[in-house]
Design a protein around this ligand. Structure first.
Ligand SMILES: Nc1ncnc2c1ncn2[C@@H]1O[C@H](COP(=O)(O)OP(=O)(O)O)[C@@H](O)[C@H]1O
Ligand SMILES: O=c1ccn([C@@H]2O[C@H](COP(=O)(O)O)[C@@H](O)[C@H]2O)c(=O)[nH]1
Length: 202
């Protein structure tokens, strides 16, 4: 199994890059795991308490479960990937059976912060977009898709996202084998990554 980790700050375009990479690859050969599925279970807290959690700090992620799942996939076992609700700030209780594939892509803001997880990646990619670009994209997405309002996104950006990005996410760029500049759609970089994957698939 070829395991690819794709990190980068919120709104840099990780999910979009993953979708572009897998678009022309055989469905049965490639699987995707999102770090979002591994936000810790917060069922013991009420909504008010959950909304105050710092979701951009590595401690918000259940890295033990992610590690266990990646090891299982490497052994050829199917895992149950938890489903996460951004609206509820919690796991839904559902899970998606995720079988092992020749290529597994893991994407998320914090996936390169954990040394044990980093070791499991054959290729580490960091997607870069400037912070103003990321903020604009995040604003649009969170208001349109995640039920947030303008003030909430701006407060979270200033108080949490920006400092966490600078402290934890940006420094993981140094672990990347490939950095994809993504202020604009970067089809050349996508083609290069796809070529590397295709070489592994033959
Ligand atoms: N290169 C790009 N140029 C303009 N908009 C982009 C680009 N890449 C992604 N987007 C848009 O920005 C938003 C955030 O992208 P997404 O892939 O969800 O980022 P991430 O997964 O890193 O948070 C989405 O609405 C997406 O359509
Ligand atoms: O309940 C939650 C959990 C996380 N977030 C925010 O999501 C982003 C990570 O997702 P991306 O798709 O990479 O942007 C992170 O910055 C968290 O702040 C949330 O809003 N609610």
């Amino acid at each position: 199994m070829l395991t690819i980790g794709i990190a980068g700050g919120t709104g840099c375009g990780k999910t979009t890059v993953v979708n572009q990479i897998i678009e022309q690859l055989p469905v049965e050969e490639v699987g995707v795991i999102s770090q979002d599925s591994y936000y810790k279970d917060l069922s013991h807290l009420n909504y008010e308490q959950r909304s105050k959690i710092n979701f951009d700090h590595p401690s918000a992620i259940d890295f033990d479960l992610l590690h266990e799942h990646l090891e299982k996939l490497k052994k050829g076992e199917t895992i149950d990937q938890p489903v996460y609700s951004f609206k509820e700030h919690n796991r839904t209780g559902d899970a998606v059976p995720t079988p092992p594939r020749k290529v597994m892509i893991v994407e998320g803001i914090l996936i390169l912060t954990n040394p044990e997880i980093r070791e499991l990646f054959d290729i580490k990619i960091f997607v870069h977009a400037d912070s103003d670009e990321r903020l604009i994209r995040r604003l649009k997405r969170d208001i349109n898709e995640r039920g947030r309002d303008l003030q909430e996104v701006l407060d979270r950006y200033q108080n949490t996202l920006k400092p966490m990005h600078e402290q934890f996410i940006e420094p993981t760029k140094e672990y990347a084998d490939i950095i994809i500049p993504n202020n604009r759609y970067n089809t050349v970089a996508i083609d290069i990554v796809r070529t590397i994957i295709n070489e592994k698939l033959v």
